[in-house]
Design a binder for this molecule. Sequence first.
Ligand SMILES: Cc1cc2nc3c(=O)[nH]c(=O)nc-3n(C[C@H](O)[C@H](O)[C@H](O)COP(=O)(O)O)c2cc1C
Length: 359
Amino acid sequence: MSESNHDNNITIERKHSHVEICLHGDVAYNSKTTGFERFDFQHDALPELRFSDIDLSTSFLGKKIAAPFMISSMTGGYSEAAALNRQLAEASEHFQIPLGVGSMRQALENSSHRESFAIVRKYAPSVQIFANIGAPEIAKGLTDREINIMLELLQADGLIVHLNAAQELFQPEGNTDFRHVLHQLAAITAKIPVPVIVKEVGCGISASAALRLIEAGVKAIDVAGAGGISWQKVEEIRYTRQFGQETRFSMPALEELLNWGIPTAQCLLDIRAMKRDHPEYKEIEIIASGGIQSGADIAKSLALGAQLAASARHILKALHQGTLEKTIETWLNDLRAIMFLSGSAKIEQLRHKRLIIKQ
Ligand SMILES: Cc1cc2nc3c(=O)[nH]c(=O)nc-3n(C[C@H](O)[C@H](O)[C@H](O)COP(=O)(O)O)c2cc1C
């Protein structure tokens, strides 16, 4: 087998087992939460509005969207991924909300699985779709041709770059060379015709990292904070399956590392404070993700400074259980209820509500 065929097979196995482990494995943070449970909205006894008039529509990167929610980047690049991406695309189109696809490294390395990405645009012709690539590929430097392949396959509205240092650290075949990411990112933001969004995958983005990303030309930041899924745990399961119980880290440190990261609500608070200190960056949009699993989480995300919230694992679980559309509908209806009780007819009003810290 040639080296590139071997690498391809590893990538396919990885994307496949990620879905399986995320659905069935014990991969939640166990010593950390998202932090949303620390906050309450203040009840408005005089909302002066009609429930049926509540309007969830807002905008993201200059385009109108029907609700402040997006489906996070998950999959693509192997044959079964096409069916998953098709269903995610249908849901995005139905709800008129944005969608990210999974890492497109496979589409760059091998043209045979490009259809599993292209299908998304076929079933979601009118919503924002975002391409996706990882920091290690960015660090190596993407060619103009590679960037064009990703954007054209999806007729993408933007490129999402994921930062996943902890995941790569735990991944059996991980790439831990994170030098030059920022420099290469700045080169990409300067030349591509669509906005670049940077996200984590569950360890969160601090205010200082966000500032460096914004200075490199990034237009939106998805915090993907801790408290939902631990990708360290996902990769630890893959490592154990391959190499047995032998562990690379000592016991107390392992627990710390498996639960590493900044809780989602903390990322939002810190980045909001940073943006207040830098009014020149007020247009930069923030996505709240990492453990989002209810309309209340979405509502609190907005009140903590996010433009919208996003979810991956709970959406994947709902899809697997055949309840994808029902789940999104329920979350949006819960969001409407919170807007009603907090006196917010529009999303912009919800964004200005002060949250109370629970005692
Ligand atoms: C099965 C699965 C595959 C994922 N693959 C990618 C990926 O290829 N690129 C990426 O940026 N994030 C990927 N993610 C991470 C999510 O986009 C998200 O940042 C992370 O899971 C935290 O959000 P959550 O707690 O709602 O799942 C994946 C998530 C899941 C569940």
